[in-house]
Design a protein around this ligand. Structure first.
Ligand code: ADP
Length: 855
């Protein structure tokens, strides 16, 4: 080969080599690049790996730390648990209650000191069996078996261990300790036994043993827990059965089988059911045992649902009760006999007293020598005093026997107070005492109540006030407070200026037969029953009485009753046309009362304290051109009395009407100068009466002087005479009656019995019949019934019964027979006159004057 070729070959080889190098360089470069990339990711991974390793390392270190702490804690916990167990055992050992654990085979695992202490002398060891320990306790006399057999007790105690839950047991140890054994199965089959020392609680037991009553305690399953010795002694035949655990029903059945309960014989099951029901309901009953003893059985529920029973021997108590009942019945019979005796005696005494008082009254009306008059007056007043005493005693015994019934009816309270005051006026007048009534102007006057009983209360209080007052006044005040349902609470006060009552006697005077015992009081007569009756009567009316008094100054007795307001009868018409009135009275209270009565009628009232003041006032009024339309003057005033004042006014040429208010109108009328008066009014004047008089003065037709009451009461001649029939079998009483109506303008016939009365009623056609109740052949009630039966429709003859019967019940029977009214004997002229006035209106006018005589 030539050089060129060689060169060319060399150059081609070189070029190829260059190209190969170039390619290899490129490949190397690419591989290098790849490698660089790979190396970079590899380094990244390494960094990452390094991070992971670092965190794992940290974690491992933390865990290691934790593990270390945990191991520490575990160690500490273990130490604490060991300590706690020790402490627990220490504590369990210190408690007084026993604690033991038995395994599922009932072998003792462990027990505290208290548990072991129960068995001290023997000692107990782990591995001992529970039933063995029970038997040991019984056999070694640790347990007081309370009468139960040793074998029985052991068997019962062991048998209960099979129950679930195990029954709690109470036992007494012979050393006096009381224990309660509570056994509980644990989940792993162990038995935990707790023995509580309940000696403290059982101390109460000692007290129960000391009880005079039998005591028995049952659990909620009605099984006997325990009983005291009394219980065993009470039922000696069953005592041997009274072992803890025996059901109550079993005890009862044993008693029944032995015939201990006579009342259950033949109906045992029924009796048992009743007794068990009572036991369950915790009731009480009394039962007699076959030996004659009476037992009271009471059962009570205990907080845990058991029953505690008390059995009391009440044999003696029952005997006493029977004796007491008999004594009470005897006493009641005696009391009834006493009431009947009192009623009969009052009847017996009143009938002859009717003769005595009535005849004495009539005797006084005949011409008598001074000495004879004194004798006759004494007979009359002594008779009346005796009657008052009989009435008081009778009323009191009625209240005492609760046989007093109230008879409410509409009545006028103001008028009643006025009437009572008027009846007592003569006694007050004799002593120179002023009687005043201050009846609240705005209070109604008609109420529904028992007027007779209220009159009795008022008579007693106002009567006492007059009796125990020597100078001054007796003022009866009535005020009212409106209560609900159209009722009014009334306050009635009786004030006096008498001897008064020392504070230490104030409580005592409302008692029965109680009087203030001192020198000054001795001279006043009385039974000491008045206030006792008053208090009881007011209490019957639902009210109350009170007293306020100062020795030497006076007393105020009051009572409060709430009564329904009655329908107004005749409205009190105020005297409208009078404008100015002059009131003359030396007493402040009287002036005030009159002013209070007149001012609301629109009358301008001028008050003067004396005659001379009045003369000056009259002169002044004439000068001023406003003269008085009327002068009301008191009678009895110092310096110048009312009559002299009237005479002076007339002498001055004054013609206005002058009314004299006097406690003694008769005396006033007889006085020289009385002609100057237009009217004389009895003090205290009834408001309606005052208004009527003033009204008459206001009426122009009656401008001329008003006639005096007696003159006005002159009988009208043309009137028919009233026919009065009196049925009365007793001749003396007929005579008394006849004399009492003597002087009255009436035709009087007598009937000797009920039959005659009915006949006379047909033939004589009386306007009014007075009817005795007890008469032979036909009594008053029968006669009244016969008359009512024979009366044609629309005709009704008033019949007034005259009776000596005063006991409650009589009144109803009397009124039921058709009698309109009854009055009790002895008859009073005033009562007869009042009845005539009420039932024979035509006869009312002639009787007005007589009514005053009667007062
Ligand atoms: P009697 O008036 O029958 O003695 P009472 O029961 O009415 O019985 O009164 C009892 C006593 O109360 C009276 O005896 C008297 O001592 C006293 N007494 C009653 N009212 C008054 C009175 N207004 N002033 C003073 N003492 C009175």
């Amino acid at each position: 080969m030539d050089l060129t070729e060689r060169l060319a070959k060399e150059r081609r080889a070189r070029l190829a080599a260059e190209r190969l190098l170039e390619q290899k360089t490129r490949e190397l470069f690419a591989a290098n690049e790849k490698l660089a990339l790979h190396a970079r990711s590899l380094s990244d991974q390494i960094v990452e790996q390094r991070e992971v390793v670092r965190s794992v390392k940290t974690e491992a270190e933390t865990l290691k730390g934790q593990n270390h702490r945990f191991l520490n804690d575990l160690e500490r916990a273990h130490t604490a648990a060991v300590m706690a167990e020790r402490r627990l055992w220490d504590s369990i050992n210190t408690i007084r209650d026993g604690f033991a654990v038995f395994d599922s085979q009932l072998k003792l695992v462990t027990a505290n000191q208290a548990y072991k202490a129960i068995f001290t002398s023997q000692g107990i060891n782990p591995g001992d069996s529970y039933p063995d320990l029970i038997a040991l306790a019984a056999q070694k006399g640790i347990i007081d078996l309370q009468g139960e057999g040793e074998g029985d007790w052991i068997a019962r105690m062991i048998a209960r261990l099979d129950e679930d839950p195990v029954e709690t047991e109470t036992a007494r140890l012979t050393n006096g300790t009381w224990i309660r054994v509570v056994d509980r199965r644990a989940r792993d089959g162990d038995m935990v036994s707790l023995v509580f020392d309940i000696t403290e609680q059982m101390r109460i037991w000692a007290a129960i043993e000391a009880l005079p009553d039998a005591f028995v305690l049952f659990d909620r399953e009605e099984r006997l827990l325990t009983c005291n010795q009394r219980y065993r002694d009470m039922f000696p035949d069953s005592a041997h059965n009274m072992v803890p655990g025996i059901p109550f029903e079993a005890l009862l059945r044993q008693g029944l089988a032995a015939g201990h309960v006579p009342a259950a014989r033949g109906r045992e099951e029924e009796w048992l059911a009743d007794r068990l029901a009572q036991f369950r309901d915790a009731g009480a009953s009394e039962c007699q045992l076959s030996d004659g003893r009476w037992i009271r059985e009471t059962d009570h529920v205990t907080p845990d649902g058991g029953r505690v029973g008390l059995r009391t021997d009440i044999t003696q108590l029952r005997e006493q009760q029977i004796a007491l009942d008999a004594a009470r019945r005897a006493a009641e019979a005696a009391n009834r006999a006493k009431s009947a005796f009192l009623a009969n005696m009052s009847h017996e005494i009143r009938t002859p007293m009717n003769g005595v008082v009535g005849m004495a009254e009539l005797l006084c009306d005949t011409p008598l020598s001074d000495e004879q008059r004194l004798f006759a007056e004494t007979i009359r007043s002594s008779g009346e005093a005796l009657l008052n005493i009989i009435n008081d005693i009778l009323d009191y015994s009625k209240l005492e026997a609760e046989r007093m019934t109230l008879h409410p009816e509409p009545f006028d309270l103001e008028r009643t107070i006025h009437e009572v005051t008027m009846l007592l006026q003569p006694r007050a007048r004799a002593k120179g005492i002023d009687m005043m009534i201050d009846y609240d102007m705005f209070l109604p006057t008609r109420f529904v109540g028992d007027p007779g009983r209220l009159r009795q209360v008022l008579t007693n209080l106002i009567g006492n006030a007059v009796k125990f007052t020597e100078t001054g006044h007796v003022l009866t005040r009535v005020v009212g407070i409106e209560a609900e349902d159209g009722r009014e609470q009334l306050h009635v006060t009786v004030e006096d200026t008498g001897i008064g009552i020392a504070p230490e006697h104030l409580d005592h005077i409302f008692g029965e037969f109680n009087q203030v015992e001192d020198e000054r009081n001795r001279k006043y007569e009385g039974t000491g029953l008045g206030l006792a009756i008053t208090r009881r009567l007011i209490e019957r009316m639902g009210g109350a009485v009170w007293v306020d008094s100062e020795a030497g100054k006076g007393s105020a007795f009051g009572f409060r009753v709430t009564l329904p307001v009655g329908e107004e009868g005749q409205p009190v018409r105020p005297p409208v046309s009078l404008r100015r009135a002059l009131v003359v009275d030396d007493k402040f209270i009287n002036r005030t009362i009159l002013e209070r009565q007149l001012a609301p009628c629109g009358i301008e009232v001028t008050l003067c304290r004396s005659g001379s003041e009045a003369l000056a006032a009259v002169a002044g009024s004439v000068l001023a051109g406003t003269p008085f339309d009327v002068v009301l003057t008191d009678h009895d005033m110092p310096e110048m009395d009312g009559i002299s004042l009237a005479a002076r006014l007339r002498a001055e040429g004054l013609a206005m009407p002058i009314l004299l208010l006097s406690s003694n109108p008769t005396l006033a009328r007889e006085r020289e100068g009385a002609a100057a008066l237009d009217a004389i009014l009895q003090k205290p004047v009834l408001r309606a009466e005052l208004y009527r008089r003033l009204h008459d003065l206001s009426a122009p037709a009656l401008q001329e002087p008003v006639a005096e009451p007696v003159a006005a009461a002159a009988p009208a001649t043309e009137r028919r005479r009233m026919r009065v029939l009196a049925a009365e079998d007793n001749k003396t009483n007929q005579l008394v009656f006849q004399k009492m109506v003597r002087g009255l303008d009436l035709d009087l016939v007598f009937a000797g019995n009920g039959l005659e009365a009915v006949e006379q009623w047909r033939s004589f056609a009386p306007d009014l019949i007075f009817m005795d109740i007890s008469m032979p052949e036909m009594d008053g009630k029968e006669a009244a019934a016969a008359i009512r039966a024979g009366e044609p429709a629309g005709v009704h003859v008033p019949i007034v019964a005259m009776t000596a019967h005063a006991m409650e019940g009589d009144a109803e029977a009397i009124l039921a027979s058709g009698i309109d009214r009854y009055m009790t004997k002895p008859l009073r002229k005033a009562a007869i006159v009042e009845a005539l006035g009420e039932f024979c209106p035509e006869a009312a006018r002639p009787l007005a004057g007589l009514a005053e005589d009667a007062a």
